[in-house]
Ligand binder design. Sequence first.
Ligand SMILES: Nc1ncnc2c1ncn2[C@@H]1O[C@H](COP(=O)(O)OP(=O)(O)OP(=O)(O)O)[C@@H](O)[C@H]1O
Length: 288
Amino acid sequence: MNALSAKGLSKKFGRVQALDDCAFTLPEGRVAALVGPNGAGKSTLLSLAAGLITPTSGWIRVHGSGVRGRTPPDVSFLAQRRPLYQDLTVGENMRVLAAMNHRWSQQRVDEVLDLLAGVNRDAKVRSLSAGTRTQVAFALALGRLPRVLLLDEPLSDLDPLARDEALRILMTEVADRGTTVLMSSHLLSDLSDVCDHLLLLDDGRIQLAGDVDDVLAEHRLFVGPAVEQPEVRGTIVSDSRTERQTTLLVRGADGPPPGGWMAAQPDLESLVKGYLRAARERRRASVN
Ligand SMILES: Nc1ncnc2c1ncn2[C@@H]1O[C@H](COP(=O)(O)OP(=O)(O)OP(=O)(O)O)[C@@H](O)[C@H]1O
């Protein structure tokens, strides 16, 4: 069964087309990386999936049911601006959420907070550092016992050890409870460690969607001399050049590399960077 599915999903804010005709499916129990350049539409997509905003057209469903303006009880969303009551203590935030949610496990919240930094429950949220606030919001999101966990830049302000611990907690969550995770991040090396599914957005449109292994297998990196473009079969997504060599990311390449060139399958980080490079070039061209 698909945890998330969308078709024709579009969202306009005034004249800004934040998402444009997106279609994708995310099978249950997967950990999906949601990547793309700044302003690509990642937070918009997560907010639509969480029911915080409604589509201009098209639909998005969680476990087959439409989400329109209401967060389903089995979905948790860790938004970029960490949704916590700033003037309440950590403990008071927990009690408010426990009262508001039928699905709630205080034990799970305590477990996660103890694994992270051992946060002081009596501290006002306003007094916490940004990273500690993220840890609290992360623990509260898991306390709702979600079947679908939507995370917007969950790792960005965590120190390296807290980041490792948060990723370990996520992997345990997926293994033990079969939770589906959709996580936006610019930290590509962290994503490579945990994600088995990819959604790549640019300019509100989905460029790549699918199983990470399948998407990687569809691409080749060609590395060769810094000369003019070689003849390659497939679509050149992007190129990068130094004085000595050229690297091409090619989609749908088949056959051996051109003479004097080497071919390899990209890893997730080099694949995403290739698409980000292409997106930057398109933006530069549209501005000039
Ligand atoms: N509430 C809003 N009102 C007007 N425009 C918005 C609103 N929310 C998002 N946008 C616009 O929609 C587009 C997509 O924004 P979004 O925040 O979804 O991108 P993003 O991929 O999450 O970016 P980032 O990586 O910088 O967080 C941007 O052009 C943004 O300015």
